[in-house]
Design a protein around this ligand. Sequence first.
Ligand code: PAF
Length: 287
Amino acid sequence: MQTIRTIAELRRLLDGAHAAGERVGLVPTMGALHEGHLSLLEAAREQCDVVVMSLFVNPAQFAAGEDLDSYPCDEAADAELARGAGVDLLFAPLVEEMYPAGFATSVIVGGVSETLEGAERGAGHFEGVATVVTKLLNIVAPDVAFFGQKDAQQAVVIKRLVADLDIPVAIAVCPTVREADGLARSSRNAYLSADERAHAVGLSRALEQAATLIASGERDSSATATAARRELAAYAIEPEYLDIVDPETLEAVAQIDRSVLVAVAAKVGRVRLIDNVVASPTRTNGR
Ligand code: PAF
């Protein structure tokens, strides 16, 4: 595995692979790798000839007051894990390489960016994500880029942007990886105290509760959300949002007559966590 700091060097190294028609996979990350990232790397290794992992804590997607300064950062440990997962090229640029003096462009994805995380964290969050992902896709020109379902809205935003900007890449969305008790793997789990960790499982329990209700015939979105909120309350968690939306458009769903995305965000202590599940209603009368 080679670690590359500059765009020019990465492009130079990828020229041969592109010219030879090799399948290039990109796994964009902000480091602090965990099992979730490793599952993306595994999928990339299986499906691609050349695996590129980017490691860049993107300042543009953090609002003032968010955890940019304390975001976990250990490049040596991440590089070791990336090497073990079969990454060929680790792209770890400095901020100045990605955003040189005079940088003045951003990518704004309307609609699907504006709800859930966009509403809570502000428009700048997905603007920052969309801008850096567009740059990474332009730099690497991968055949496939891999993202996690845990960041369901991010995956929807990125699919929208590659469709709208005609970027020739397939977006693969890999399942959420969970701890044994159901807590979704996240780099931010490292901040949880033992007590907070015990409460944090409430997020996945609430989602399970919603999915079970929907599978057993509940069609009313607000009744489902109320039951899920009750489960959160049992773990002393007050959600920032717990919404039931269409998995593609992210628009609110009132009557659950098709698969829905149940998405939750909550602070557990000072740690902000998100999670989601896609829940499907049971078919009745053969319909
Ligand atoms: O999901 C993440 O880690 C980040 O949002 C991403 C896609 C690497 C962009 O900075």
